[in-house]
Ligand binder design. Structure first.
Ligand code: E4P
Length: 220
């Protein structure tokens, strides 16, 4: 059985994302209100960002619903989902977020439950039928927890349920590799981390050697 693996850009930096999409290096773009703020954007920019990333070839574009009640969150999520078929609506793993997630799944939206920090939350999200859960590796580790082991357990819990782990808070290529080794299929990280995953000094030296050989051959 083949196993699909994907990288996503966790960013609202449109220049960096354009490059990754144009080069075919990421499946899509993930955002949340914090990421929008870091990119000097706000929820007001979401329709423009959706149109831009859709035109640039992103296959999935994630925006997070906001609001201090499930009802508000659902209303905002419905407006996000109406932007187009490539929208995945994120909701936080809170009491209101789970209510919103269940309603949105029933209405046919593609949903990701984000900021998942507990095994039971991962399981609950899968029982609702969300497409993705996003546990945060770096923040789990920051809290003194065994991030890879905990996300590995979440992966086992949801395996085969139709809910997949899309891991976030990945700060190094090794973070991604450690989770891939325990079966996690999907990863979202800042563009710099994605680019770092492509890099080895030895590969660059090998490429220089190849080019030098070509040049020598052309001198004959
Ligand atoms: C994703 O949704 C998170 O905001 C992001 O991955 C957090 O990363 P950080 O913990 O490195 O800030």
């Amino acid at each position: 059985m083949t196993r699909e693996l994907r990288f996503y850009a966790d960013s609202a930096n449109v220049e960096e994302i354009s490059g990754l999409l144009a080069d075919g290096l990421v499946h899509g773009v993930t955002t949340n209100p914090t990421i929008l703020e870091r990119g000097r954007r706000s929820v007001r920019d979401i329709p423009e960002l959706y149109a831009r990333w859709e035109a640039e070839g992103a296959r999935e574009i994630f925006f997070q619903a906001w609001g201090d009640s499930a009802k508000t969150m659902i209303g905002n999520a419905e407006r996000l989902a109406a932007l187009g078929s490539r929208v995945v609506v994120k909701v936080p793993a809170t009491r209101d977020g789970f209510t919103a997630a269940a309603a949105l799944v029933s209405a046919g939206a593609t949903v990701l439950v984000t900021a998942v920090y507990a095994q039971a939350q991962a399981l609950a999200a899968a029982t609702i039928g969300v497409r993705y859960i996003a546990p945060y590796l770096g923040r789990l580790n920051d809290a003194g927890r065994e991030g890879v082991a905990e996300i590995s357990a979440m992966q086992s819990l949801v395996q085969g349920s139709g809910t997949d782990v899309l891991a976030a808070s990945l700060r190094t290529p090794d973070d991604i590799v450690s989770l891939a080794e325990v079966g996690v299929p999907f990863f979202t990280a800042a563009p710099a981390v994605i680019l770092a995953a492509l890099y080895s000094e030895v590969s660059d030296r090998s490429a220089e050697d190849f080019e030098a050989a070509v040049a020598r051959g052309l001198q004959d």
